[in-house]
Write a protein that binds this ligand. Sequence first.
Ligand code: 13P
Ligand code: SF4
Length: 306
Amino acid sequence: MNTRELQEEIIRLKKENDICILAHAYQSHDIWEVADYVGDSYGLSLQAEKAPQKTVLMCGVRFMAETVKILSPEKKVLLANSLAECPMADQMDKEMIEAVKQQYPDYAVVAYINTTSELKTVCDVCVTSSSAVRIIKNLPQKNILFIPDCNLGDWVAKQVPEKNFKLLQGGCPTHVRITLKEVNAARGLHPSAKLLVHPECQPSVTQNADFVGSTTEIMAYAKKSPEKEFIIGTENSIVQHLQFDCPDKFFYPLSKDCVCHNMKVTTLGDVYGCVKGVGGEEIVLSGETSVKAKKCLDSMIVYGQA
Ligand code: 13P
Ligand code: SF4
């Protein structure tokens, strides 16, 4: 089968088997084309509850599939490739954060959604890169313990100067590879281009960008902008997606090293296996973990929409 035939077969099978395909923005373009919804972490979690199908297939990383399962426990949730882990999600565990909480008893524990469901059970609220500023502004607490990404935390803290932030040393191993040297080199090569970066990048990179936002926000900015050239400082798949969406504009990767191997491990062939019923990993969470972690995710949705 060629790509188009495989895609047609996936689309036929997902309808026949009542499966909703959710794809994170970092998935490859051939997967985007068979998905029912493509978006950033926040958009995917909102879709988790909305999908009318009985089965949800997550083309993304494990914490995203767990989020869907927690928000829609009655649905069968499949992770398209069980190797797709987010290394940041495993950087801090429940025991560690419980110990830190004892040192900071009057702090709200704000967890980036890139955390395990186990860790979410001891946090007050989840945030995503596109919702963090809004949610933290809406929280009643003034003191914020932000985990695990200190780069995102640093960027959010600068947008919300009225609150006190305590950050821990964690972060995305993909975005942290981007350096100020690469910013200067890309600016030199493309002097007319706007620099759009993800807030998981280091402060030296975000401070020198023209726009900082989530994957979906970066794409929306580039599509709407009257400018013609953009340097993209996030996972390099976004460069390719934008080239499809805006063929008359020019997109350059800020760093050739900004590739998330976990996002890239899922293939169209994996998606085919899942819709045929012979692939993927079904997400199973203990009742107690789901109930406690759901409070953290529900708070995200409440404060995110306020
Ligand atoms: P967003 O999709 O929220 O921009 O997050 C990027 C990311 O790294 C997801 O793992
Ligand atoms: Fe995790 Fe970073 Fe990959 Fe996102 S890009 S899944 S945060 S490692």
